[in-house]
Design a protein around this ligand. Structure first.
Ligand code: TYM
Length: 344
């Protein structure tokens, strides 16, 4: 199988509370990339179970993330939408990568340190080796580009390290079997625009996150218009009016975050937003932001609700996507097995 030149892969965990950060940092980018790339989007349920999930809730969360993909505008006929556990090759390649990646590399992953917290002895082995599964997700399809939020940057660096070590460890066989100099590509992260790290609405120094105990800290894709407006109204800010330069936002994390959200939702830049709202008080800016957020998110929310009630349709999309993903994945695994010396 020849190496594709512009294949996108990305994934979202079905762990509930999909929020504006997931949408602006990832899902909205997935939608845009469909115009120029061959795209594969995955609901990464194998990643979700690295921490315990209620089985019934997990099943509904898998459908909810799929519904969000479709409601945001991902076309499952032109591109591939599936859930990870239906394509067993993800786990199979992750095992090979567990044997390529080094303990030291994984020990440096900041997300593991954050998620495991102080009680590291009690974290699952899966949570520790999570980034090798993520590398397998991407490299199973030999994807060239991966749109993600800023928090995934280190995992993508690790993916490149794994690809480079595999290419190097097996270079003679890779050439022997006709794959040229290297088998896996050096995948490029796509982390661009004004909202690669959307922050909590309650604390501008913390990332907006699914697991924040305060629901006021995030705008959920499932929130209705009133809730969205209320959360923006209550968002923490400082007492000063907005500055008129992007530079002046640096020392004002909450203002910076809201301006970034406005810029991303309106497909413009922070400078454009400040050209319009610079020197305005939050009493003017917040209602404008609330209107914009409702205008952009309400249709997605309505379509998500509709799709969630059509369980069979969503399941059929995932089944069909898994079949198409599997046809690429089996081919890669066959070649990987040949390269590393397994009998095929
Ligand atoms: P997950 O499920 O935590 O998040 C999904 C996507 O949303 C982005 N994101 C954010 N972007 C901006 N601001 C925020 N506050 C914010 N919070 C989350 C994430 O960066 C991500 O792009 N490990 C991944 C899932 C994954 C994956 C992959 C991604 C598994 N395999 C292969 C890409 C390629 C994760 O936990 O994302």
């Amino acid at each position: 199988m020849s190496q594709p030149s512009n294949r996108v892969f990305s994934g979202v965990q079905p762990t509930g509370n999909l929020h504006l950060g997931n949408y602006l940092g990832a899902i909205s980018k997935f939608v845009a990339l469909q115009e120029s790339h061959e795209c594969i989007y995955c609901v990464v349920d194998l990643h979700a179970v690295t921490v315990w999930q209620d089985p019934e809730k997990l099943r509904s969360n898998i459908r909810e993330v799929t519904a969000a993909f479709l409601a945001a505008g991902i076309d499952p006929d032109k591109h591939i939408v599936f859930n990870q556990s239906q394509v067993a090759e993800h786990a199979e390649l992750a095992w090979i990568f567990n044997c390529v990646a080094r303990m030291g590399w994984l020990s440096r992953m900041t997300q593991f340190k954050e998620k495991a917290g102080k009680d590291r002895e009690n974290a699952s082995v899966g949570l520790f080796s999570y980034p090798t599964l993520m590398a397998a997700d991407i490299l199973l399809y030999r994807a060239t580009h991966v749109p993600v939020g800023d928090d995934q940057k280190q995992h993508l660096e690790l993916t490149r390290d794994i690809a480079a070590k595999f290419n190097n460890d097996f270079s003679a066989l890779i050439t022997k079997y006709g794959h040229g100099e290297s088998y896996f590509p050096m995948t490029k992260p796509l982390i661009e625009g004004p909202a690669t790290r959307v922050m909590s609405l309650r604390d501008g120094s913390k990332k907006m996150s699914k697991s924040d105990p305060s629901d006021l800290s995030r705008i959920n894709l499932a929130d209705d218009a009133d809730t969205i407006a209320k959360k923006i109204r209550k968002a923490k800010t400082d007492p000063e009016p907005l500055p008129d330069t992007v530079d002046a936002l640096k020392s004002r994390p909450e203002a910076d975050n809201l301006v970034g959200i406005y810029a991303a939702l309106s497909n413009s830049s922070k400078a454009d937003v400040l050209a319009h709202y610079g020197n305005e008080p939050f009493s003017v800016f917040k209602p404008a932001l609330a209107d914009l957020a409702v205008e952009k998110l309400a249709p997605i929310n309505a379509e998500m609700r509709r799709l969630i009630s059509e369980e069979e349709h969503v399941d059929a999309v995932l089944r069909q996507g898994a079949e198409r993903a599997r046809s690429i994945a089996t081919e890669t695994m066959k070649e990987v097995k040949e390269i590393i010396g397994f009998l095929t």
